[in-house]
Write a protein that binds this ligand. Structure first.
Ligand code: ZN
Length: 409
């Protein structure tokens, strides 16, 4: 009897054929004996996360896989990032994702990430709690140069443009209302005041002067984007009938998704969503968590980042590195269902997410396994699951666990 679930999502795992890999994808070309062993005892298929012809973002794709209809529940990326930074959203809040960056005195962006500064706690603290025209700003540090930002007050709207120019060298953008409402105009006005004031505060901080003296870039500006709003939603456990659930991730967005859905976000030493992330600790944390939690979501990021950098060889090597740790899953009991998939394809050729469907496998004792040999896009296409969508994942999990309600009598 299956009682527990490990859902492992490798970001941007799917890809397209690469000429120097004999027209295999990075996943097909990689040597993955442990994934292949898992595959033999699995039902496999391909998945369009958001549906055919829809190119998923990571945030929407994860919501859909975890059983939250994007049309109904997605309220922008800001609220998810804010959750990841530990802010509890309330009705009426407007939330943003933020980057601490560097600007010159003419408000031209020198570096959107302030030289990829590793810790912005002191800078976030300097802005946290600021009140402008009755609106409170909550600013909490995220991973590295990132921050979660929430505006709390009366009469706010998320219909405002971004401060972030998205390009180094460009001037920062003035925030504009995106509709004619008084709320959007008011919010844009308050934000523009915040942007000006926060620059004045940050630029004069002794910590920034010290950075400058050491020849480093100042973190003297907070670039805001991804405005979104609070939306009440059922917790993952409420929605799907689990006793408890945990999230094992390194990236702020993915921890944010866990927190957003009410999962316990477990600390993992050395998990940083970068290529030197501590995979061993991640697998250990997920495996240990399965002793107490009945649903564990584990996320691995660099498969996506390497493809966005257009590096198929590195992506292949990283997949091989993950595969080594997959052998650790052999210790899991017969009551655990392992689901392995991706949130979307990231094509090295495009250096971008694509709408190509992703491989998915369900491995559990007693499952009607397909006996396929190699975990890869085209081998998964031969599996008995056929072509599914992200919304099918949770019902399929419940079916394997014997928890689906009966339709009819
Ligand atoms: Zn992704």
């Amino acid at each position: 009897m299956i009682k527990k679930v490990l859902l492992m999502v490798m970001d941007g795992l799917g890809d397209r054929p690469i000429a120097q890999f004999n027209n295999k994808t990075p996943l097909e070309y990689a040597k993955t004996p442990n994934f292949n062993k898992l595959m033999q005892g699995s039902q496999a298929g391909l998945m369009y996360t958001l549906g055919r012809g829809k190119r998923p973002g990571s945030d929407t794709a994860h919501l859909q896989i975890l059983g939250y209809d994007v049309e109904k529940y997605y309220a922008g990326r800001g609220p998810i990032e804010a959750c990841g930074a530990g802010i509890k959203l309330q009705e009426g809040d407007v939330a943003f994702r933020g980057n601490f960056g560097t600007v010159d005195e003419n408000m031209n962006v020198i570096d959107r990430r302030a030289g990829r500064i590793k810790d912005v706690t002191v800078f976030a603290k300097a802005l946290d709690g600021m009140v402008i025209d009755g609106v409170q700003f909550i600013v909490k540090p995220g991973s590295a140069y990132r921050a979660g930002v929430v505006m709390r007050g009366k009469g706010l709207s998320h219909m405002v443009s971004s401060v972030d120019s998205h390009n180094d060298g460009d001037s920062i953008h003035k925030v504009e209302p995106l509709d004619d409402s008084a709320q959007a105009k008011f919010t844009a006005n308050v934000l523009n005041k915040f942007v000006k004031k926060s620059y004045q505060i940050l630029n004069e901080m002794p910590e920034n002067k010290a950075l400058e003296q050491n020849g480093k870039l100042k973190a003297n500006f907070l670039l805001l984007r991804g405005a979104g709003y609070y939306k009440e939603l059922p917790s993952f456990c409420q929605k799907w009938g689990f006793n408890n659930s945990a999230c094992v991730a390194g990236g702020g967005l993915y921890k944010g998704i866990g927190a957003f859905l009410g999962m316990d976000v477990l600390p993992v030493d050395g998990a940083n969503a970068q290529i030197d992330t501590n995979l061993e600790n991640k697998f250990k944390t997920a495996i240990n968590a399965l002793q107490t939690y009945d649903f564990v979501f584990m996320h691995i990021k660099p498969t996506d980042s390497l493809a966005e950098d257009g590096k198929p060889e590195d992506k292949k090597m990283f997949i091989e590195k993950i595969d080594k740790y997959v052998s650790m899953l052999n210790c899991l009991g017969d009551d655990v269902l392992i689901v392995v998939t991706a949130d979307h394809s990231t094509a090295c050729e495009l250096k971008a997410h694509s709408a190509d469907p992703v491989p998915v496998l369900f491995n559990a004792k007693g499952i009607r396994a397909d006996g396929l040999k190699n975990f890869g896009e085209r081998e998964c296409a031969k599996g008995s699951l056929g072509i599914i969508e992200g919304k099918d994942i949770m019902p399929n999990i419940l079916n394997i666990m014997g928890k689906l309600p009966l339709i009819g009598a």
